[in-house]
Design a protein around this ligand. Structure first.
Ligand code: PA5
Length: 441
């Protein structure tokens, strides 16, 4: 990503050095504000009581049920999905070991929910309903449908034992229902959805999937200790934030591609995409995040990255250790050279070839190297990107923790569906509709 490697399209070391005093200020600000609600995500790893409760609840769910359905959207969904798909066997639901885990509530399209109802036996299914606000339409409509189906199967009295809720304990509609029905509550803390994976939100489904959440927490905690270093240019999350900020503001890098060369991190890209976009896309600023996957996207998006405009910074992720699987000796001339090779060596060669060829065309790219994809390093990766995002918010001078743009369309949605408190929004909708051009001829 640096000028020394790719010339004028790269960030110069002198610009990075010039930014050091700002980074130091941000570091001091984070230290001073560490107890604030805004930075509560940094303290999630210290909440041993909550972590204990998650483990006990997960053990109870595993004992009583065969299946868990997680109902949520956005930050109430993507973190658990990313970690479970990284750490659990890809065919975990088919293997017959441990719980089956399904996700829903991330759409109001009826098809996936109908199809889910075709495969689950609600009599042995627990629901983890996650919504900080408690009034998110996608989550709540899916939950209402599942709840009715569950009551039909096990009866109104017994259904409450199947429902586990993570919502704000003090506001929203879901808490009232939870209290009235006697559902188990694992409260949503003061963190925003996209910073909540290391709380009850993500940890309960992750623990139900049989993953050791203590190791995830240990990884995040150890990285936190490393990032407290006062030498800001030794702080990896600062470097990531600074390179991207300088790329955006000085080198026209309006897009940030995350392209792990680890298949199990495919869903992690979707989590990063939300974190980067929803936190930093404000005040007419922000890099557009793109979730890609290597080497799959070498055969899809790479043409654009290689030959398209100089408007992206590409981050690869590589693990040093992967399982062994060797190709057999190939006797066919012309392809014999990839016989008798570990797939992992081929994968590393693919990453190197892509990175070098991008470098040759002066396209900004960098590689994050992790020892392996396991619970401990997933904890580190999560914490790394959360911190890089929070630091970036300070660099851009925006609030990384709100999402006013998302609220606008939510209000339009609720108004159009008949929420009487949003009459003004309804009028705005009608005015806007008049401006739609139905066809161009
Ligand atoms: O990160 C965020 O704050 C959002 O993506 C929310 O998680 C998402 O909108 C869902 O909101 P809620 O948890 O209130 O249902």
């Amino acid at each position: 990503m640096l000028k020394d490697s790719i010339g004028t399209h790269g960030v110069s070391l002198s610009d990075l050095t010039k930014l050091t005093p700002t980074l130091k200020d941000i570091h001091a600000h984070f230290k001073a504000q560490h107890a604030s609600d805004e930075l509560a995500f940094m303290r999630l790893v210290d909440d041993t009581a909550a972590i204990k409760q998650v483990i006990a609840t997960a053990q109870h769910i595993q004992k009583k049920f065969t299946t868990l359905i997680v109902v949520g959207i956005g930050g109430s969904d993507l973190g658990a999905r990313a970690v479970i798909s990284a750490l659990r066997h890809s065919y975990g639901n088919e293997l017959g070991k441990g719980m089956k885990i399904y996700f829903t509530g991330d759409t109001t399209d009826p098809t996936p929910l109908l199809e889910l109802l075709d495969v689950v036996d609600l009599r042995s299914t627990a629901l983890h309903v996650v919504s900080k606000s408690g009034n998110t339409i996608e989550t709540m409509s899916a939950f209402m449908i599942l709840r009715e189906a569950l009551i039909e199967k096990v009866g109104a009295k017994k259904h409450a034992a199947h429902v586990f809720v993570t919502t704000s304990a003090t506001s929203g509609k879901l808490i009232t229902l939870t209290q009235n029905e006697g559902y188990t509550l694992l409260p949503h803390g003061p963190v925003g959805g996209r910073f909540s994976v290391l709380s009850n939100v993500g940890l309960l489904p992750i623990a139900c999937a049989g993953i050791d959440i203590k190791k995830i927490i240990a990884g995040a905690k150890d990285l936190r200790a490393l990032l407290t270093t006062n030498t800001v240019l030794k702080n990896s999350a600062f470097i990531f934030a600074a390179l991207h900020y300088l790329g955006y503001s000085k080198k026209n890098a309006h897009m940030s591609v995350l392209m792990p060369y680890e298949y199990t991190l495919k869903e992690f890209g979707a989590w990063y995409r939300q974190l980067w976009a929803e936190s930093l896309g404000k005040d007419k600023k922000g890099q557009t995040p793109i979730a890609a996957l290597g080497p799959t996207d070498q055969h899809s998006q790479l043409q654009l990255y290689q030959d398209g405009p100089h408007d992206k910074q590409i981050t690869f992720i590589k693990a040093l250790k992967r399982p062994n699987l060797k190709t057999p000796t190939v006797a066919i001339p012309g392809i014999e050279y990839f016989g008798n090779k570990q797939l992992s060596i081929i994968l590393d060669a693919e990453l190197e070839a892509t990175a070098l060829s991008l470098m040759m065309d002066k396209k900004a790219n960098g590689t994050l190297i992790i020892p392996k994809v396991d619970a401990y390093y997933m904890g580190q990766l999560i914490y790394f990107f959360e911190m890089a995002t929070a630091y970036s918010g300070e660099l851009y001078g925006i609030n990384a923790f709100d999402q006013p743009g998302v609220e606008q369309s939510k209000n339009f949605l609720h108004a159009s569906l008949g929420n009487k408190d949003l009459q003004k929004k309804k009028e705005q909708i009608e005015t806007l509709k008049k401006k739609i051009i139905p066809n161009i001829s």
